[in-house]
Design a protein around this ligand. Structure first.
Ligand code: NCD
Ligand code: ZN
Length: 462
C-alpha cells in the first residue's frame, strides 16, 4: 500500500480566479499569408492580419487585430536499472505502490525553454538553472534571434543574468557555471544558407526553430511558405542541425483544436518525405495524432523527437474554462481533449526515447495574461520538475521520469547525460500565487495549488 497514487490530474482547473476576456484568433493559410504586426496591441499577439482572403461569416464583424505582437549516484541508495533511485521503504514493490519519500534523478535538461531578455530574463533564469543542467533557449524575442552573432550575444546576456542571480543568492556559483544555454536561431524566409553553415561550424547554436508565421507568441517573422526555406533546410540536413518545429497550421479555416493534427498532414509529412535526412523535433506535442505520428515513425533513431510540456500531461482543455476563463492555462498549442492528454501521458511514460522533456515555460507578466487578448504561454520554470513528477506519479510511472527528463533528450541531441543529480521530497507545498517579474508580477501555472513533490535544498547538484 502506501501513499495514494493517481492523484487526479484531469480536467483540473486550478484554484486561481478566472479572468474574463475575449480573444480572437487570426491566422494565415497553412504556412500561407499573414501580414506582419503593426506594433499595436501588447506585443505578444499570435497571428496578425489576414491578407488576400475574405474572413468567413461572423468573423467579418471583427477587424483582424494587428497586434505586434549518468548515472545516478547517491551512496547507499538502491539504484534501479533505469537510474531511478529510491530512498525510503521499498519493500520490493514497484515505485507506484511504494511509500517513498525521496526521489533522486540524474540532473534533467529542458529541451524547450523561453527565457526572454532584459529584466524578464533576470527574473526567471535562476529557476531553470536550479532544476536543469542544459536548456534549449527559444529565439522568439522581439526582434527575433536570427543570426549566430545575435545568439552569441544573447547567450552572454543569459550568462550575465546567471551571475547576477548568484549575487542575489538565488542559485549557487556552481549551478550558474554549469547551466548550459543551448542557443537556437529563429528561421525566417531571409535566413541564409551561409548563416546555417556558420552556426553548424560553431558551438553556440544547437538548433533552428521554425515558427509558422502567426502561429504563436512573437511568430510574425516566421515562415509563411515552407518552399521558401528549402535550401536552408537542405543545408541543415547536410550539417546535422536539428529543426525544431512549432507544429500548427495557421489557416483560419482550421479549428484551433485541429491545427496540430492538420499540420502533420499538410507540412510535417511532406517536409520529412522531401528531406528525410533532416533531424526534426516536433515541439510541445499536444495531440494523440502527433504522439502516434512519432511513435510509428520508421526513421532511424535520432532523426525524429518530440518534447512534451507538463501542462499537456496534467490538464485537458476543461482547465481553461473551469469556473470562468482561466488565462494562466492558455498556451499554444492550446490544451486539448482528455483523449489527447492520455495519449501524451502514455508515450511520455512508455520509455520510448523519442519523447523527452521540454517545459515550454513561457513567462508573461500577469497584466499581459489577464486582459482582453491575453498572451499565450504558461510559466512553469520554478516548479517544472514537480509538475512532471505529479503527472508521472498520477500515471503510476514515476520510475520512467528519469529517462524522460534526463536521458532521452540528451541522446537525441548527441550529448552525454548530465552527471549531477536532483532530489525531490514527498512533501506538500503550495505553488506561490504570484512571483516578482520584471518590476511587476507573474502568475505561475497552477498558482495556489498544492504539489506533493518538491525539489529540496538549493536544487540540482552542479
Ligand atoms: C510561447 C511564448 O510565449 O513564447 N507561448 C506558448 O504559448 N507556448 C511560444 C510558443 O512556444 O509557442
Ligand atoms: Zn515555446
Amino acid at each position: 500500500g502506501g501513499k495514494q497514487q493517481g492523484r487526479k490530474a484531469v480536467a483540473h482547473g486550478g484554484s486561481g480566479k478566472g479572468a474574463r476576456r475575449g480573444r480572437r484568433k487570426r491566422g494565415a493559410n497553412g504556412l500561407g499569408a499573414v501580414g506582419s504586426g503593426d506594433g499595436t496591441g501588447h506585443g505578444c499577439g499570435t497571428a496578425s492580419s489576414v491578407q488576400g482572403r475574405q474572413l468567413p461569416g461572423a468573423w467579418r464583424r471583427f477587424r483582424p487585430r494587428t497586434s505586434a505582437r549518468d548515472d545516478a549516484i547517491i551512496g547507499g541508495a538502491p539504484i534501479r536499472p533505469n537510474g531511478f533511485v529510491h530512498h525510503g521503504p521499498m519493500d520490493g514493490v514497484s515505485a507506484y505502490h511504494c511509500t517513498m519519500d525521496t526521489l533522486t534523478l540524474r540532473t534533467p535538461d529542458d529541451w524547450h525553454l523561453h527565457l526572454r531578455d532584459g529584466a524578464a530574463l533576470h527574473s526567471v533564469v535562476a529557476a531553470s538553472a536550479r532544476q536543469f543542467g542544459r536548456a534549449i533557449i527559444m529565439p522568439n524575442l522581439r526582434p527575433p534571434i536570427t543570426t549566430v552573432a545575435e545568439a552569441t550575444a544573447y547567450r552572454d546576456r543569459i550568462r550575465l543574468a546567471l551571475d547576477e542571480a548568484v549575487g542575489r543568492g538565488e542559485i549557487s556559483q556552481a549551478q550558474a557555471a554549469s547551466f548550459r544555454p543551448l542557443m537556437t536561431l529563429y528561421l525566417t524566409e531571409k535566413t541564409s544558407v551561409d548563416e546555417i553553415r556558420q552556426a553548424a561550424a560553431g558551438d553556440v547554436v544547437t538548433a533552428v526553430k521554425l515558427y509558422p508565421a502567426g502561429a504563436t507568441t512573437n511568430s510574425d517573422a516566421g515562415v509563411r511558405a515552407i518552399d521558401r526555406v528549402i535550401p536552408v533546410l537542405e543545408a541543415m540536413a547536410e550539417a546535422g542541425m536539428p529543426l525544431l518545429v512549432h507544429g500548427e497550421v495557421t489557416d483560419p479555416d482550421v479549428d484551433i483544436f485541429d491545427r496540430e493534427a492538420v499540420f502533420i498532414d499538410r507540412v510535417m509529412i511532406p517536409l520529412r518525405t522531401r528531406l528525410p535526412q533532416l533531424k526534426v523535433v516536433f515541439e510541445h506535442i499536444t495531440t494523440r495524432q502527433a504522439a502516434e505520428y512519432i511513435k510509428t515513425d520508421s526513421a532511424e533513431p535520432g532523426m525524429l523527437g518530440a518534447t512534451i510540456t507538463p501542462q499537456h500531461l496534467l490538464y485537458n482543455r476543461n482547465a481553461i474554462f473551469t469556473g470562468g476563463l482561466r488565462p494562466h492555462w492558455y498556451c499554444l498549442p492550446v490544451l486539448k481533449r482528455e483523449i489527447h492528454r492520455t495519449a501524451l501521458v502514455e508515450v511520455a511514460t512508455s520509455g520510448d526515447p523519442r519523447f523527452f522533456l521540454g517545459t515550454d515555460s513561457a513567462p508573461h507578466a500577469r497584466a499581459l495574461k489577464e486582459v482582453g487578448n491575453g498572451c499565450a504561454g504558461c510559466y512553469t520554470g520554478p516548479h517544472a520538475l514537480e509538475l512532471y513528477a505529479w503527472a508521472f506519479e498520477a500515471a503510476g510511472a514515476l520510475d520512467k521520469l528519469d529517462a524522460f527528463a534526463s536521458l532521452h533528450g540528451a541522446r537525441f541531441y548527441g550529448r552525454a547525460p548530465n552527471t549531477g543529480t536532483i532530489t525531490l521530497k514527498r512533501q506538500d507545498w503550495a505553488i506561490p500565487e504570484s512571483l516578482p517579474f520584471a518590476g511587476t508580477e507573474i502568475v505561475p501555472l497552477a498558482a495556489g495549488e498544492t504539489l506533493h513533490w518538491q525539489v529540496v535544498g538549493e536544487g540540482r547538484s552542479a
